[in-house]
Design a protein around this ligand. Structure first.
Ligand code: SF4
Length: 248
């Protein structure tokens, strides 16, 4: 057994970060196969109007009867962009840290304190295949943010499906006898935010048709800030490429 699995077996609680997406779903199925049922607590951060739908029901239906907790970020996507005066990017991925990581960390700290737990796993469905920067991450580390020497609290951050390929993810879900969220059958590669800043042009085009009001709000945000998700090259100079000039 590897270090992560050994530590997980000794943990009092295993927090499973769950967006409702395929990677979270496959990760939970994998964790269940390891025999951790009874110690799993699922945590979902609600992205508000950026979600396709409230995900609590879908996660609970595929949650093996585990506790499912929904947390809320302090500010939504639009408020965050106005605060940071920009749209998120690969170099400034404040959306993930503010919309998911921070509220889930707050929940974990409060939950452990309330239950008197000192050893926990924080499981996240990150995969190396997703990007070169993710491939460089360590899939099993002691969380400096969630662990405290003074109270003897140890929380390990674990990416259980770090080495999974996309095919492995679909197979894990199928093996669990579950269906992924229907948004994948419409041609989207990820769930989470309807207009993920890393989404493909074609995905944003489809999302505009399905959620025109949200598109209009995002297009206005870009115009108000003078900052955009995408850039264009004009005479060798990079300039903002607004959503409403791409799609309208
Ligand atoms: S889904 Fe995309 S836009 Fe939404 S928080 Fe994640 S990276 Fe940011």
């Amino acid at each position: 057994m590897n270090d992560a699995l050994t530590t997980a077996h000794q943990a009092e609680v295993i927090f499973v970060n769950h967006s409702g997406g395929k990677d979270s779903q496959a990760m939970l199925a994998y964790i269940m196969r390891q025999g951790f049922k009874g110690r799993v607590v699922i945590v979902h951060s609600d992205l508000g109007e950026m979600e396709w739908e409230p995900m609590h029901g879908f996660i609970t239906a595929n949650g093996y009867g585990c506790e499912v907790h929904v947390v809320k970020p302090a500010q939504d996507f639009f408020e965050l962009c106005r605060r940071f005066n920009r749209l998120p990017s690969g170099m400034a991925r404040f959306c993930t840290s503010e919309l998911k990581t921070a509220p889930i960390a707050r929940f974990i700290k409060a939950y452990m304190k309330a239950h008197g737990f000192t050893r926990a796993i924080n499981a996240i469905g990150i995969r190396a295949e997703e990007s070169p920067s993710r491939a460089k991450k360590n899939p099993f580390t002691l969380s400096a943010k969630l662990s405290t020497k003074r109270d003897g609290v140890q929380v390990w951050e674990w990416f259980p499906i770090f080495n999974y390929t996309l095919g492995d993810v679909w197979f894990e879900i199928k093996k669990a006898g579950q269906q992924p969220h229907e948004i994948y059958s419409k041609g989207f590669s990820r769930l989470s935010c309807v207009f993920c800043v890393f989404g493909r042009v074609e995905e944003h085009r489809m999302a505009k048709e399905m959620r025109p009001e949200l598109f209009a709000k995002l297009a206005k945000l870009e115009r108000d800030l003078g900052k955009t998700i995408r850039l264009k090259q004009v005479n060798g100079v990079k300039l903002p490429k607004y959503l409403d000039e791409t799609f309208c």
